[in-house]
Every structure is written in structure tokens, then in C-alpha cells.
Ligand binder design. Structure first.
Ligand code: HAM
Length: 417
């Protein structure tokens, strides 16, 4: 056993998975940049207060924060998500609205690690600030759906809901508190504790004994204002116009407290495990204000990279790209020839690798095989004497001699570059 292993809930991502992660972010960038979203890189830690705005009834804040005091005594936290950071950046830089940005990168939550749930996990996401337009809500949702489709995923189910505006949400919360308090004897102890902190979150319980009280709970539709309702209806019409399939789920409340009006979640029906939510988002009108900025509406989503890739595995799509160099140079003379030829090829945009420590020709050919290079270049003493190189297209069983001075052109020809 090694002395050190990764900390619980963290992983090393090695090749070829690491190449798949990069490709994932590239596909995402192409999808959202085509809609005018620009790239933002917020810091990985911020003042704890920034994240406290996620809501003090949110578990992400109360239980899962990686916070610490730095050497100057500042109370900071590793970001548990990036929406709060983007809103803080908006207040700090005051960009022209609508401000449409995308991001990618790790987030940190002290959760119980298991398959699909990590303490360091990656997300890709977008945020659009400064527009109230329901067409924007539909654009944001449709972009997430488009991205999943671009990965080749088919078994992705979209639920949408509205939580009403701030007043509606308050009213609904009170109504739910009343309902669940009346049915308290039928609730699990976990849900009774949740009820005191955040009655909406009781709706999220998947525990069997809670289901009856949840089924009879009032719906947000009972309290929603006419304005919020009109906004939601317009979002649905705009989704219909783009043929985005969805289900209205009145019970959908998301884990973070900042949501107002439109909320949505994507679930992979290909995943059997408990963690099937592969992405989600919604409106957070009010968050910019809570961070000291002017009243500014906002909407966005974040998609979990780790979980989405599990869904890709389950649907056998978006496989890890094959990574290999073009050329492997075998030098049985002194290593210096491979040294120079590799450098020359790399300078001409041909990827090349080699063996070190002057291994036997057999060992070097084995490395060439393992590298999955398309071509092996072999340099022995005869080749050095005649200023030639042996070119072997791998797996063909053939080889031929080329002039060393023509190596770049000959390799390009053989690679059909
Ligand atoms: P969230 O629902 O907390 O929302 O996270 C979004 C996605 O990140 C989840 O659906 C899940 O796929 C992934 N995720 C969350 N926690 C973990 C974990 N511990 N391990 C693996 N994956 C995880 C947000 O973070 C909001 N900021 C989304 C948003 C953006 N709303 C508006 N704009």
C-alpha cells in the first residue's frame, strides 16, 4: 500500500479519461459560445460571505462548506458552486447587460462520497444576467438540452417548475410549513428537522414514509402571483417553439435557496444509482442585490461533468478519444538521432515520441507498439552511415528506406497529412 492516497471524494483523472474531460469542456464551449456566452474564470475561493448568500437554510452552506481562515485571518471558502461567484463578479465589474458568461471547473462540497457524488466535482455552466425575458429562460434550458444531445445522450429527462417570485415563495413556504406540521407524525425525523429549516426542501425527500404527506401537500400553483404565472406560461411556450421536451413538476425544488420563478433539472434515466440529477438551474432574481449590486435578474444552469460522463458510459456514447502520437522514433545507435529527429518532427507539427536510456531494439519496438503511433522510424548504424531512416507504418508488416533529409515530407506523406 502506498503511504499516500487521494483524499476521500477526490480522484486522479488519468488518460484517456483526462482527454475525455477536455473534450467535454470543448464541446460545451462550442455549444454555448455559439449563443454568445463568453468565458469567465472565477477564483476557486472567495470570502465566505459570498457563499452565505446561497441561503443559510441550504445544506451546501450549513454542512458542506470547505471554509478556513487564511494567514491574514480572512474567513474564506472553496467555492461549492459558481453562480454566487459570477454574481459577485458582476457587482465588482458592472459589465453591460445582458451579461452572458460560461464557466467550467471544480467545486468543493463536504458530502458523503459515493458513486456520482464527490467532494471535488466538476461543473460546466452558464449564467445570463440583466434580462427578465422568458425567452431567455427558454434559451438557457434549450442550450443545456442541446449540449446533452451533442454528447449523444438520449435518455435525459427535463423537469421544469416555477417557484414564483420572492413573495410567492414566502407564502408557499408558510403554507407548506402548516401542511407538514399537521402531518408531522407521518414524517421521518430527517424531514421534521428539514421542516424547521426549510419547508420547501421536505418536498425533495425520497424517503418512503414521507411520500403520503408530500403527495397531499399544496402546490405552488395555489399561491403563485398572476405575473409569475404569465412568465412561466411564456417560458413553456418558448420551449414548445424549440421542440424541447419537458415535464412540469410542481414538486421540483432545488437544493439552493436563491431560486425564484423558473427552475429546472435534468435527470439521466440511464443511471440506476441514487445520483441521477446530471444538471439543473433556474432564475435567481435577487442574488445580485443580496451581494450588494443593483436589482438584476439572472438565470443559469450548471451541469455535473462527473455524473454526465457516468450517463455517457451508461448510454455508451461520448467515449474517451484515442490519444496517440503520430511517430515513434527508435534509435539503436546512441539516442542522439532520435533526439534530433523528434525535435525536427515536433517543430513541423508532427507529434513524436521515443524511448530513453538506449534500450534494446526489441524493448524500443514494444514501446512503439504501446504508444499506438501510426509510424515507427528506425535508426540503426546502417541508416546513420547512409543518412537514411527506415520508415515502418505500424501494423502493415512493411517498411522502406527514406533519405534522412526528407524525413518530414516522407512522414507527412505516410500520414496523409
Ligand atoms: P446544483 O444542483 O447544486 O446546482 O449542481 C448542479 C449539478 O452539479 C448537479 O445536478 C450534479 O450533476 C452536479 N453535482 C452537484 N454536487 C455534486 C457532487 N457532490 N458530486 C458530483 N456532482 C455534483 C448548482 O450548483 C447551481 N449553481 C446551478 C445553477 C447555475 N443555477 C443557476 N445557475
Amino acid at each position: 500500500m502506498p503511504d499516500f492516497k487521494t483524499s476521500p471524494g477526490t480522484r486522479d483523472i488519468l488518460a484517456p479519461d483526462s482527454a475525455r474531460w477536455r473534450e467535454f469542456q470543448d464541446v460545451f464551449a462550442r455549444t454555448v459560445e455559439s449563443a454568445g456566452y463568453s468565458y469567465i474564470i472565477p477564483p476557486m475561493f472567495e470570502d465566505l460571505d459570498v457563499f452565505l448568500r446561497l441561503g443559510e437554510a441550504t445544506e451546501v452552506v450549513t454542512k458542506e462548506m470547505y471554509d478556513f481562515h487564511d494567514k491574514a485571518g480572512r474567513h474564506v471558502a472553496l467555492r461549492p458552486e459558481q453562480t454566487a461567484s459570477v454574481c459577485r463578479a458582476f457587482v465588482e465589474h458592472r459589465p453591460i447587460t445582458p451579461w452572458k458568461v460560461w464557466y467550467a471547473g471544480p467545486n468543493f462540497r463536504y458530502e458523503k462520497p459515493q458513486q456520482g457524488r464527490y467532494r471535488q466535482f466538476d461543473q460546466v455552466g452558464i449564467e445570463a444576467l440583466g434580462a427578465d425575458d422568458p425567452l431567455l429562460d427558454a434559451e438557457v434550458i434549450a442550450l443545456a438540452a442541446k449540449f446533452y444531445a451533442n454528447l449523444g445522450l438520449k435518455k435525459v429527462h427535463l423537469s421544469v417548475n416555477t417557484l414564483g417570485d420572492a413573495g410567492d415563495r414566502e407564502k408557499y413556504s408558510r403554507l407548506l410549513h402548516k401542511h407538514f406540521s399537521k402531518n408531522e407524525n407521518n414524517l421521518t425525523s430527517e424531514s421534521r428537522a428539514t421542516l424547521e429549516r426549510n419547508p420547501l426542501r421536505v418536498l425533495d425527500s425520497k424517503r418512503e414514509p414521507d411520500q403520503e404527506a408530500i403527495a397531499t401537500a399544496p402546490s405552488i400553483r395555489d399561491v403563485i402571483s398572476a405575473d409569475s404565472n404569465t412568465h412561466f406560461e411564456a417560458v413553456l411556450r418558448a420551449l414548445d417553439a424549440l421542440n424541447v421536451a419537458y415535464e412540469i413538476n410542481n414538486r421540483l425544488v432545488r437544493g439552493l435557496d436563491y431560486y425564484r420563478r423558473t427552475t429546472f433539472e435534468f435527470v439521466s434515466t440511464a443511471l440506476a444509482a441514487a445520483h441521477t440529477a446530471i444538471g439543473g438551474g433556474g432564475r435567481y432574481d435577487g442574488l445580485v442585490e443580496a451581494l450588494g449590486g443593483p436589482a438584476t435578474p439572472g438565470i443559469g444552469f450548471a451541469l455535473g461533468l462527473d455524473r454526465t460522463l457516468l450517463a455517457c458510459d451508461a448510454e455508451e456514447t461520448f467515449a474517451a478519444p484515442e490519444i496517440s502520437v503520430d511517430v515513434f522514433v527508435v534509435d539503436t545507435v546512441d539516442g542522439m538521432h532520435a533526439h534530433e529527429v523528434c525535435h525536427l518532427l515536433r517543430s513541423n507539427s508532427v507529434s513524436a515520441d521515443r524511448a530513453y536510456d538506449l534500450r534494446s531494439i526489441k524493448a524500443q519496438m514494444k514501446s512503439a507498439d504501446r504508444s499506438a503511433a501510426k509510424i515507427a522510424l528506425i535508426i540503426g548504424s546502417d541508416e546513420v552511415e547512409n543518412s537514411t531512416i527506415m520508415l515502418r507504418p505500424m501494423g502493415s508488416g512493411e517498411q522502406y528506406s527514406i533519405a534522412r533529409k526528407d524525413v518530414v515530407a516522407e512522414v507527412m506523406k505516410a500520414l496523409k497529412k
